[in-house]
Design a protein around this ligand. Sequence first.
Ligand SMILES: NC(=O)c1ccc[n+]([C@@H]2O[C@H](COP(=O)([O-])OP(=O)(O)OC[C@H]3O[C@@H](n4cnc5c(N)ncnc54)[C@H](O)[C@@H]3O)[C@@H](O)[C@H]2O)c1
Length: 296
Amino acid sequence: MGCQLSALTAVGVVGSGTMGRGIAESVLRAGVRVVLRDSSSNALSQARKHIESSMNRSVDRGHLSAQEVSVLLALLDPVETPASLSDCQLVIEAVPEILEIKLAVLASIEDHVSHSAVIASNTSSIPITRLARALRNPSRFVGLHFFNPVARMPLVEVVRTVHSNDSSVAATRHFVESLLGKSPIVIGDRPGFLVNALLIPLLLAAARMLDSGYADAESIDASMRLGCGHPMGPLELSDFIGLDVVCAAADAMYAESRDPALVVPSNLRRLVEAGHLGAKSGHGFLSPKRTNGAEE
Ligand SMILES: NC(=O)c1ccc[n+]([C@@H]2O[C@H](COP(=O)([O-])OP(=O)(O)OC[C@H]3O[C@@H](n4cnc5c(N)ncnc54)[C@H](O)[C@@H]3O)[C@@H](O)[C@H]2O)c1
């Protein structure tokens, strides 16, 4: 991407789950071809269906015509093998948050792209520098941390490591801003980058207050919603994100920083151990009904 994104003709996205399909759709909507790779053909067909129905909703709302949708969908190239990534100037990895899987996927991306291609990871919590170990040339590697749901969340964290060269950072920043119309924040490779470094301690503090009886769930959530203008209170937001995801992010950040604010309180840990993961399992801090978080 040497590194003018006006020359961008194809973006690779590896991993077509929640995030990968959202990133792919955002790139398609900008009129750029997407090579969407997944090891599962079922995941690829689900992703295509998901993107198609999301675009069809835009037709219903009058934002796209049916003809535009068929033109954009024709730019989507779902593939199961990495060789098809060879003509992508940027490849974004969005496979599960497991170090070994990511290292193998990143090494395979590098084996198939050109020397000038930029490679990015959408990891939420693995240090970008640790992932860079998979690459022979880590200078063209950055974090590109999108937020869920990708279509609605305007922020993307661009994470640079000590290896990242200026042109890769500038090119990915330009990609986010000019092509996707989102707002980039360039940040160093610190635990939690910027958003989670601020957010996770707040979510844990809310869980801890609930655990100690400092306040009830309604009051904790109302304090941030009505007192600070947050769209959701921290307990509701934890349920929405997934309590397992909150725990995993906190554990990863604590492992690096040993910051007491990042210790997972026992009520949150117990809910995760019980499989009460929030909205996705139907049980969490507030669901199915408002409780004290310890019992349903
Ligand atoms: N879900 C979120 O809210 C969120 C937000 C920001 C960042 N992230 C990060 O994005 C990444 C992906 O998360 P997700 O929620 O989309 O996961 P997901 O489980 O929904 O999707 C992962 C996809 O990767 C595919 N995959 C697994 N191994 C593969 C391989 N070796 N090669 C190619 N494809 C493979 C799976 O088939 C699946 O379709 C993670 O690093 C996660 O931390 C997630």
